[in-house]
Design a protein around this ligand. Structure first.
Ligand SMILES: Cc1cc2nc3c(=O)[nH]c(=O)nc-3n(C[C@H](O)[C@H](O)[C@H](O)COP(=O)(O)OP(=O)(O)OC[C@H]3O[C@@H](n4cnc5c(N)ncnc54)[C@H](O)[C@@H]3O)c2cc1C
Length: 316
């Protein structure tokens, strides 16, 4: 049993972690014939990344970030985190269509496990992948592109098919998002037409601490652009518009949260307003997709353990 653990601390990895600094070093590790697994940013709660042999983390390989000449895609290293690439895309006037609940996860690890954000009409993170380059168990480089027969199965490959060295992700022009928060939507109304609720915006989140039996705590609706497409749905759920800025977790100070009340803000720049948090690490993370304010995209935020550099801040 090794000493290394996953992010949550609930899995103690059996294998030793190696950080190859070159492709040749990675190839040498992978082709030994001993058990190996790829390790990303360790955010899986289970032992899927573990093995008795070597856990190979690619975070020391030279990093790649190249926007295509057409500016509709970006080539990135698998070990880069969404928190690394989202601000760089924003600086280019570009954005990903969706992101998950926090910026600390590696692109390869997230895509390999089918990680998703929220939003009925937005695909999972894997759906943005148009090409991936694998270092296979035999040490060869294998590039698979969208539309090829083996592509779909390889994208969400659970780390079982080799090392994902690079991915090419679809991007689009950056966009504005407005978010609205409503208190105490009734469970019976929500469950009576769940599809209507989850499709009421570009991204819809229902937060609950299970303290009430008749209602959730909050309904967050985020919409591209300033339009309020939810109409009277919140009222039909018995909820009322929040009278002040809210944090997704009741009782936590909302100072780190981005604007609510339907004020449009800059699109994807590494922050998502309905972010993940936990009692253990309150306000330590941000969802990486939408709703930063254009003028102050990284304000009011505390760093979390996994945040890549001191210069990056995050917001909800
Ligand atoms: C606080 C928290 C919030 C989360 N929020 C969300 C969320 O909003 N939505 C959601 O869907 N999930 C969420 N998750 C789950 C998370 O997205 C997945 O666990 C994801 O796999 C994390 O990526 P990672 O790089 O940390 O992967 P790791 O835990 O390091 O590895 C996961 C898997 O990916 C493989 N892998 C990693 N790197 C590579 C590589 N370079 N090549 C090939 N395979 C590789 C590993 O072998 C392993 O099988 C959350 C997890 C946490 C802890």
């Amino acid at each position: 049993m090794g000493e290394e653990r996953n992010w949550a601390g609930n899995v103690r990895y059996r294998g030793a972690v190696a950080h190859p600094a070159t492709l040749d070093e990675a190839r040498a590790l992978i082709t030994t014939g001993s058990p190996v697994r790829m390790l990303g940013t360790r955010h899986c709660f289970n032992d899927i990344a573990d093995t008795t042999g070597t856990l190979i983390a690619l975070d020391q390989l030279p990093s790649v970030f190249e926007v295509t000449p057409e500016r509709d895609a970006v080539r990135v290293s698998g070990a880069l985190r969404y928190g690394d690439i989202a601000p760089r895309l924003e600086a280019e006037g570009l954005a990903l269509a969706n992101l998950a609940s926090l910026p600390h996860i590696s692109v390869a690890g997230a895509v390999s496990t089918g990680t998703h954000g929220s939003g009925d009409a937005i695909g999972s993170l894997a759906s943005a992948v148009r090409e991936l380059t694998l270092l296979t168990a035999s040490g060869e480089l294998l590039t698979l592109r969208r539309g090829e027969p083996r592509f779909a199965g390889a994208v969400v490959g659970l780390g079982a098919l080799g090392a994902v060295l690079e991915l090419v992700l679809d991007v689009e022009p950056t966009y504005q998002v407005a978010q609205r928060v409503f208190d105490r939507p009734r469970w019976d109304e929500i469950l009576g037409d769940l599809d209507a609720v989850t499709s009421a915006g570009t991204s819809v989140s229902i937060f609950t601490t299970w303290q009430r039996t008749d209602s959730a705590d909050q309904l967050w609706i985020k919409q591209r652009g300033a339009a309020d497409l939810a109409g009277d749905l919140p009222a039909r759920l018995g909820s009322v518009a929040a009278d002040a800025k809210r944090h997704p977790i009741l009782g936590v100070d909302a100072v780190a949260c981005t604007d609510q009340g339907g004020v449009p803000g800059c699109g994807i720049s590494g922050c998502r307003t309905s972010g993940w948090s936990s009692p253990r690490r309150p306000v330590s993370s941000c969802r990486a997709s939408t709703s930063c304010r254009a003028a102050t995209p990284w304000r009011h935020c505390r760093r979390s353990a996994g945040w890549p550099t001191a210069s990056h801040r995050c917001c909800w």
